[in-house]
Design a protein around this ligand. Structure first.
Ligand code: BTN
Length: 275
């Protein structure tokens, strides 16, 4: 396994752990536009289920609502081709799976990672009764090809690993890295890739076997928002209330301050803090 800023080695990553679906094959690039694009091209060219694309740097990394910035060789930039036939409406399930696997991976490296709906990987702390969030990473799901009842999904995961404060972009929520959260102790990124692949494989196997409830239950235990007071911008309308649950289809359930149950879809909602 490699030290701090050494390049990742595809062969080592893919052969280190047991035979599996996720990570059965894959490639590591120095620089790509976005691993999402590379993985999509590979999906259309016919690579197998679980094919992994990793890059050290992206020229044009995408986030859920804008770009995704990561200094070369300091993070994890990974996309996975998933062909298990998650029906169109279950695309959110793929995102939940990515978030659970990424948070669990961070926890195996002694960082108390949680999930902020929909799929941000964060460290959450209560200060003066307010929730303070620092973002470690995020998850993006796109579809490859079109028209099928069971389209191929591209699951993208970005994690800040060995950045110091000055290498992180000035964005909201405040970014952090696993190294910062470990008090300055750098991580072996290759080992992190292996563990992430293993976690994804574990959850992917459960989903293929139909254990959707197990995934949702795990997501709920990792979510830092349940029971918390939040403010949400729903297409320009501000609602405030307490988070009470997550629907099986990925929407967040809020008990509004006026006593109504509100169902928030991630496509239409931005969560604001400081309620
Ligand atoms: C978010 O906005 O929180 C989601 C960030 C997802 C970033 C990852 S990095 C690997 C993959 N390639 C991309 O261009 N985006 C995703």
């Amino acid at each position: 396994m490699t030290g701090n800023a050494e390049p990742l080695n595809a062969q080592r990553i893919l052969t280190t752990s047991r035979p599996r679906v996720i990570g059965c094959a894959g490639e590591v690039w120095d620089t790509v536009q976005s691993t999402m694009d590379t993985a999509r091209r590979q999906a259309l060219a016919g690579v197998p289920d679980g094919y992994v694309v990793i890059a050290e740097k992206q020229r044009s990394g995408r986030g859920r609502t804008g770009s995704w910035e990561c200094t070369a060789r300091q993070g994890i930039l990974m996309s996975v081709v998933l062909r298990m036939g998650i029906a169109r409406g279950e695309r959110r399930l793929t995102g939940l799976m990515g978030a659970v696997a990424a948070a669990e991976t961070a926890q195996t490296f002694a960082v108390q990672a949680r999930i902020k709906w929909p799929n941000d990987i964060v460290v959450a702390e209560k200060k003066d009764n307010a929730l303070c969030i620092r973002k470690l990473g995020g998850v993006l799901v796109e579809q490859a090809g079109d028209g099928d009842a069971a389209p191929t999904h591209i699951l993208g995961i970005g994690l800040n690993v060995n950045q110091d404060h000055r290498a992180l972009p000035p964005v909201e929520p405040q970014p952090t890295s696993l190294k910062i959260e470990r008090g300055g102790r750098a991580l072996d990124r290759e080992l992190l890739c292996v563990r992430l692949i293993e976690k994804l494989d574990e959850w992917y196997a459960k989903l293929r076997a139909g254990y959707v409830e197990a995934l949702l239950a795990r997501w709920r235990t990792l979510c830092c928002l349940l029971g918390e007071k939040v403010r949400a911008d729903v297409e320009g309308t501000i609602v405030t209330g307490t988070v009470t649950g997550l629907r099986a289809t990925g929407e967040l359930i809020l008990q509004s301050d006026e006593g109504q149950e509100i169902v928030l879809s991630s496509e239409r909602t931005t969560l604001l803090f400081g309620a």
